[in-house]
Structures are given as structure tokens and as C-alpha cells.
Design a protein around this ligand. Structure first.
Ligand SMILES: [Zn+2]
Length: 306
């Protein structure tokens, strides 16, 4: 199928390919084949304990990349300038041990950028990221998660304590640039300013996040910018201080959004409402008031009622 695609034939439905890249990525589950041969390869794979206990680990790395590699080997015989694109994800997040990957395999490690304040998860992601980088000359792309804490909240129909993380985004995009990462896919629910900061830093790696954040607040909220900026940074600081993101109701409303902090945060929004001088500023403050602050307040009220 990869050869057909590179020869210009139409891609069968369900497969992904673009330009010089043909993707070889399993469906999003770990229900692997149970035939004797696969069991044998999986047994080798599962001896690799890197990342054990984390979402991103190595238990299927040898199994998946052994397959990817065989496809790449074949494709290379007929199409030496084309690539087989793999993800490094979940149970196959770490590079396989005792397997030399073909040069025409490109890899996109999946990193939980949204866990930037969660030291343990982040350290595991950095370990797998760095082991991919150690494979010199390998074409590296990234899948960046921005799905938590919102995704579990949406699925579970509850409201979470949000997370903003301008310092993490700035630091990480600069790291990707330094490491020669060739491209990124942003997955999940990014917020207005954080995604803007991500893209601006990607366009110009010298971007100073504090300056950019200040510019955003003064140009967007005008007379109401100071308390809105405080509101934004305070939410970020709270997540950083606690070292967690609000992925469960309990973490959101017992650890992060405590009564005292909610009182403080509400104060900034109320202050901003009194400072607006134009209709546009009022509308913009109202967007954050409804979209962020009242969403949070409802989340805490519902948690307490429960
Ligand atoms: Zn099998």
C-alpha cells in the first residue's frame, strides 16, 4: 500500500499519508494480535520496563517498531527517498531496545505538554523524548497534548479548574527548536492565549513570553488588562504550586480551586468589570468572565453540592 501511494495511486480509506510520508500507526488501543508469533514478539517487548506505571511506556515498543521497521525495509528497496511515519505513543512511546531502526522511519513522540507542572509525568516524557533524540539523524516530529484537564471534564460532564502555562509553552517550543524537531501536531483543547503564544514562539523562537503575555492583555482588555492578567497568571501559579492539573473533580476543587483561591480569582474578574471603558473591552472581559470564571464557579458549586 505504501508503494502504491508513493507511485501515485489513491490511498485506501482509513490510511494516512502525505507528501513523502506514509503512516504506519495502530489504532488507539492495545488489543494486540494473539497469534503465537505475536505472543512471542510481545514477550520480548514486555521485558522493557521503561516508563512502567506511566501512560507512556515501553511495553509494546519492540512489538510495534519491529513491524514498522519491516515495512520501512521493504519500502526503502523501491522508494529509498520516502519515509514511513510512526508515532511513539502510549505503550510504544519509548524507542525499541535491541532493534536498529531503518533510516527511513520518522517518529513523532507524543508528549503531554499539558502536564508541564506535573513533575513526574513530565520527567517520564522527557526521558522518552531524549531517548528518541539520542538516535542521531532520525527525523523527529512531535504530537503535543493539550487535552487535559478539559478532556476528562467534558467526557465526565463536570467543570474543571483550568490550567494556563505560558512559561512551560515558551520553554518547550524553544527546546524543540534547539533539538531540530521538524514539525508538531497540537492535540486537544488549547486556550486562546496559550495557543497564540505557542504559535508566536514557533514563528520566532526569540519570543519573550512575559512580553507577549503583557502585550496580549493590554491590547485585548485595555483598561481592564491588569486584573485580567493577574487572573491568568494566578491560575497558572496555582497549578504550578500544586504540581498537578485538575484532571479529576477532587484535584480540581479540593486541591486547586480552594475557597480562598476562588475568592481571590473572582475578585480580579469583578475588578476588571469595573475598569472597562469601551464596549469592546466590556465584551472581551465578558467572554472570559462567562467562558472561564463562571465555568469554574459552576464547577466548584456543583462539586460542593455533590
Ligand atoms: Zn499475530
Amino acid at each position: 500500500m505504501a508503494r502504491d501511494y508513493f507511485d501515485g495511486k489513491e490511498l485506501p480509506e482509513g490510511l494516512k499519508a502525505m507528501g513523502d510520508y506514509f503512516a504506519v500507526v495502530p489504532d488507539d488501543n492495545a488489543s494486540w494480535c494473539e497469534c503465537d508469533r505475536c505472543r512471542e514478539v510481545l514477550a520480548i517487548s514486555r521485558q522493557d520496563k521503561r516508563g512502567e506505571g506511566f501512560f507512556s511506556n515501553a511495553s509494546s515498543s519492540y512489538y510495534i517498531f519491529n513491524f514498522v521497521n519491516q515495512v520501512a525495509k521493504e519500502v526503502r528497496k523501491t522508494h529509498p527517498d520516502k519515509f514511513v511515519a510512526a508515532l511513539a505513543y502510549a505503550s510504544y512511546a519509548y524507542p525499541p531496545k535491541s532493534l536498529k531502526l531503518e533510516p527511513n522511519v520518522s517518529v513523532a513522540p507524543c508528549l503531554h505538554t499539558c502536564y508541564g507542572y506535573d513533575k513526574k509525568t513530565f520527567a517520564n516524557d522527557m526521558a522518552l523524548y531524549n531517548s528518541w533524540l539520542a538516535d542521531k539523524g532520525r527525523r523527529i516530529y512531535l504530537w503535543n497534548y493539550f487535552h487535559h484537564p478539559m478532556e476528562p471534564a467534558i467526557i465526565g460532564k463536570w467543570n474543571c479548574f483550568p490550567c494556563f502555562m505560558p512559561d512551560v509553552i515558551s520553554r518547550e517550543v524553544k527546546r524543540y527548536h534547539k533539538d531540530g524537531v521538524r514539525g508538531v501536531f497540537l492535540c486537544g483543547i488549547g486556550t486562546q492565549l496559550d495557543y497564540y503564544l505557542y504559535m508566536q514562539t514557533a514563528f520566532n523562537v526569540e519570543t519573550d513570553y512575559k512580553k507577549l503575555v503583557s502585550e496580549f492583555f493590554s491590547r485585548y482588555f485595555g483598561a481592564a488588562s491588569e486584573p485580567m492578567k493577574r487572573f491568568y497568571y494566578r491560575i497558572s501559579e496555582i497549578n504550578r504550586e500544586e504540581g498537578v492539573v485538575g484532571t479529576t473533580r477532587e484535584v480540581s476543587w479540593l486541591r486547586l480551586g480552594t475557597e480562598e483561591r476562588m475568592k481571590e480569582l473572582g475578585g480580579y474578574v469583578e475588578k476588571a468589570v469595573t475598569l472597562v471603558t469601551t464596549d469592546l473591552e466590556r465584551k472581551r472581559v465578558d467572554t472570559w468572565k462567562k467562558g472561564v470564571w463562571e465555568y469554574m464557579k459552576t464547577g466548584r458549586d456543583q462539586f460542593r453540592a455533590k
